[in-house]
Design a protein around this ligand. Sequence first.
Ligand code: ATP
Ligand code: MG
Length: 153
Amino acid sequence: MTGTHLVTRSREETEALGERIGRSARAGDVIALWGELGAGKTVIARGVAKGLDVGQAEVTSPTFVILHEHLDGRLPFFHVDLYRISPDQAESTGWREALEGGGVTAIEWPDRIDADLPGDRLDIRIEHAGVDERRIRLEPTGPRSAALARVAA
Ligand SMILES: Nc1ncnc2c1ncn2[C@@H]1O[C@H](COP(=O)(O)OP(=O)(O)OP(=O)(O)O)[C@@H](O)[C@H]1O
Ligand SMILES: [Mg+2]
């Protein structure tokens, strides 16, 4: 199997992984968060925000907001949640513009835009392994994301 494998045993531990990623992230970095409902995708996004010094780290997933922009951190942070989006609606969400926004983008439910995802992104795959346990794989898909994965692991 490819990539780095981790196991976390609490929400805090998973958030800390996101925080390490956020602290080292560079403008243009993209993180695709794969995993079922309740896996911990938003927990990682919240950690990334924290690592970018986004104020309050108020990263949640309100029902009708697809693209959250946090502009008060070290870099702009774009948090995209495509759960309710069908592939043909995706274009109108602004996710593509977010990638051009000179910041860091984290995408939940990236399967909605699968073929359009950037070629160099950090895939993070989260699986339930118990009530509070998650198996997490970091799978870089190019040199930029490989650098990010190295500092985060
Ligand atoms: N080791 C762990 N890592 C991350 N979250 C954990 C862990 N153990 C328990 N949890 C809990 O799992 C839940 C993860 O929720 P979260 O909103 O991050 O999921 P999600 O993948 O974003 O789901 P959704 O697809 O609904 O957006 C939280 O309630 C969190 O407290
Ligand atoms: Mg979520």
